[in-house]
Write a protein that binds this ligand. Structure first.
Ligand code: NAD
Length: 722
């Protein structure tokens, strides 16, 4: 695991985990590293130590599956504190072993990987622009628990360290040099020679913070600079997290408390906060959903087994509007030849120009070369001629949201496609099974639902029609994997999964408006709950008329079963009477002046008279609970009805598709964390006051009775692995 070699008085400890593409810190590798380090320290022939890696990257950090195991396994804080402290002791031993240690950072060093380097006496990075150096733990609800919150500020100063750790920023080697996170950047070929040369000169073997008279660069905690940093830092943390992410607060505490004492006490303080975070459900839920389960989905966990691997080489895209243009961009970027078809060649060209625009930006920022730009654009063939679709392995239609238009393009395309080709629709609202009726082969017809903007949104919702075959699913999954997006697989019901649940957030906001709650309170509480935006502003962003159209269609289809809510009158007036369609026409719940920030439309008060203009903490809490629970109940209903069949799809999909409060780990994780029985009781109470939409599905009642949770099997597995 750690290759060990002594040459010319220098011990080279090279991380090289077998059977893994990247080095990670786990129990095995840490033990092996500790042994190698002690061996070098004990060898009198060794005067200096180089730590490096035998792989392309240096060290990708702690194995989060291991951290997750710790999170779900150990319940006793004292045991956990002891276990987590082991990493601190190892790194502390490295920096105080008496021999100079150089980190020769040949590639990416993240999290614990970078912390190991911070505990070396000197850091040299290879000039590899693809390498990333950073402490991203906050992104999964953790803090850098291997000394990061203590060593980085002691090296580079309070303020830059605070920013880097709170944001989880990754730096290129050159940027890391500018930040003084590394001491040198050299050409990759010279890395080891330079590390040896350093050791042959007059290397340090004591850290600055272990020397008498050490001062934190830029100013200590109790200094005018420290005062400013903490005052502003605390304000930013509260503004950005609304107190939903305990990690951010814990990081601030580590800085504030740990940097007023010596390094050893500081490290202990860090471990104490790290232990508290591990025991808090937020980190465990975030790691499970945003790391472990998302990775499972990315690796094809939901791909039907038994279907041979497929590859889309030539893709047809029908409709070069906003979605078609985006699909062409992400597909051509992945090396797929795209035929981009529209009714007029100008429209198709306009769709291609979207890719050119994005690539121009990438070239000007140094993120792509001119050759790469040309090669990618050459893969997008614009046309109006269906014959050009011959030979496509997959066709995705993104034409107008009209059953007739979609049926027409399906027939025209299929007339020239080979027998194995799969046809997909990007519809956001029309049932896949009914669109498949226009197809020559409903088994080869599937929904591939992208989100806008396609190049930024990581999720793709794959929808199985009633007759969709597992081969069509395999083709869709292999395609989504190739374009490096995360797929979830759902069944064909009204609104599929994501639009249906998201719709409840928006409509609950409107119901609150109808109840007389001031719109500013509704949107502020939505944001404070951890949603990306309030329900009213999000409704404006997706377009009020679209939402209204969907409601009307549902009302028509469901007849008496449709639950008519008071808020509908408000939307009807906004859309039908006042032509307020949302951000797209500059008029919705908000006004959108061309050169100023949006503001709430004053006329709204006439449609929805305000009866509650101030929210005391109890009311704010109730609004928050309602906004989150309403979505969670719908997600549970989708699971109960078989719209989603895998809890990973439900939780990962919710966060990636509509930004469901990431701190919860997703709607089903939220229900588990609240406790199913308590959740059911709270929902029953809400249903009694606000209506049947809060009534939990029978599945949740059964689970509550049986004392079961959604992730029970998962926790059982983690416990068994302990
Ligand atoms: P758009 O209006 O921007 O683009 C539609 C394009 O289809 C236009 O360029 C139009 O000229 C072309 N078109 C129309 N009829 C055609 C035909 N017979 N043959 C070939 N081309 C034809 O629409 P959009 O926003 O890109 O949406 C397209 C589809 O994607 C819709 O089904 C929509 O529901 C779905 N969708 C949209 C979003 C979104 O956020 N906009 C998100 C997910 C899915």
């Amino acid at each position: 695991m750690i290759d060990y070699k002594v040459e010319d008085g220098v011990a080279v400890l090279s991380w090289n985990l077998p059977d893994r593409s990247m080095n990670v810190l786990n129990e095995g590798s840490l033990t092996a590293y500790a042994e190698a380090l002690e061996r070098a320290v004990a060898d009198p022939a060794v005067t200096g130590i180089i730590v490096t890696s035998g792989k392309d990257s240096f060290l990708a950090g702690a194995d989060l599956a291991m951290v997750k195991g710790a999170a779900f396994g150990a319940k006793d804080p004292a045991v956990l504190f002891e276990r987590l402290g082991a990493l601190q002791r190892l790194f502390r031993r490295q920096e105080s072993c008496g021999k100079p240690v150089v980190a020769a950072i040949n590639g990416t060093a993240l999290g614990g990987g970078l912390e190991l380097c911070l505990a070396a006496h000197y850091r040299i990075a290879a000039d590899n622009p693809r390498a990333e150096l950073g402490l991203p733990e906050v992104k999964v609800g953790l803090l850098p628990g291997g000394g990061g919150t203590q060593r980085l500020p002691r090296m580079i100063g309070l303020q830059p360290a605070m920013q880097a750790i709170l944001k989880g920023t990754s730096f290129s080697p050159q940027d890391a040099l500018g930040m003084k996170i590394v001491d040198e950047v050299v050409p990759a070929a010279d890395l080891m020679a330079r590390a040896r040369a350093y050791l042959k000169g007059s290397p340090r073997s004591v850290q600055p913070w272990d020397e008498r008279g050490f001062r934190i660069p830029g100013g200590a905690v109790q200094s005018p600079m420290g005062f400013q940093t903490f005052t502003a830092g605390n304000a930013v943390v509260v503004k950005e997290t609304y107190g939903n992410y305990p990690a951010a607060k814990a990081i601030m505490s580590c800085f504030y408390e740990g940097l007023q004492v010596g390094i050893d006490a500081g490290l202990t303080i860090e471990t104490r906060y790290f232990t508290a975070l591990i025991l808090d459900p937020v980190a465990g839920n975030m790691i499970r959903t945003l790391f472990v389960n998302m990775q499972d989905l990315n690796k094809g966990a939901r791909r039907p087994t038994g279907e041979p691997k497929t590859e889309v080489r030539k893709l047809g895209i029908l409709g070069a509007g906003m979605m078609g243009a985006g699909i062409a961009y992400v597909s051509s970027r992945a090396g797929i030849d795209c035929v981009l078809l529209d009714t007029a060649i100008e429209a198709a060209e306009k769709g291609k120009a979207y890719s050119a625009g994005l690539l121009d930006k990438a070239v000007s920022r140094g993120k792509a070369t001119a050759e790469k730009r040309e090669a990618q654009l050459a893969r997008i063939h614009t046309t109006t001629d269906y014959a050009d679709l011959a030979g496509c392995d997959l066709v995705i239609e993104a034409v107008f949201e009209s059953r007739e238009v979609k049926a027409g393009v399906t027939k025209q395309a299929e007339a020239v496609l080979g027998p194995d080709a799969v046809f997909a629709s990007n519809t956001s609202t029309l049932p896949i099974s009914s669109l498949a009726e226009a197809s020559r082969d409903p088994g080869a017809f599937i929904g591939i639902h992208f989100f806008s903007p396609v190049d930024k949104m990581m999720l793709v919702e794959i929808i199985m029609g009633a007759e969709t075959s597992s081969r069509a699913l395999a083709v869709a999954m292999d395609y989504v994997q190739k374009i490096k997006k995360t797929p979830i697989v759902v069944n064909d019901r009204r609104g599929f999964y994501t639009s249906r649940c998201f719709g409840t957030y928006v409509s609950e906001g409107i119901e609150m408006l109808a109840e007389g709650i001031a719109p500013a309170i509704i949107d502020n509480v939505g944001r404070a709950a951890g949603m990306p935006r309030g329900p009213l502003e999000m409704n404006d962003d997706v377009a009020l008329d679209l939402g209204w159209k969907i409601r009307c269609a549902a009302r028509k289809d469901l007849g008496d079963a449709y639950e008519l809510l008071p808020g509908e009158a408000i939307v009807e007036a906004l859309v039908d009477r006042l032509g307020r369609y949302g951000r797209k026409n500059g008029k919705g719940f908000y006004e959108y002046p061309a050169d100023a920030k949006k503001y709430l439309w004053p006329g709204l008060a006439e449609l929805a008279p305000v009866r509650v203009s101030e929210a005391d903490p109890a009311l704010a809490k109730e609004i928050r609970t309602r906004l989150l629970y309403r979505q969670a109940i719908e997600a549970a209903r989708c699971f109960a009805e078989g719209v989603v069949t895998d809890i990973r799809d439900a939780d990962v999909g919710a966060i990636l598709a509509w930004g469901f409060a990431p701190w919860t780990g997703g709607p089903l994780s939220l229900i588990d964390t609240v406790g199913v029985a308590r959740f059911v009781a709270e929902c029953d109470a809400l249903a009694a006051r606000f209506g049947q939409r809060y009534s939990p599905p029978q599945l949740l009642r059964d689970m509550a009775k049986a004392g079961r949770s959604f992730y029970q099997a998962d926790t059982a597995q983690a416990a068994a692995a302990e």
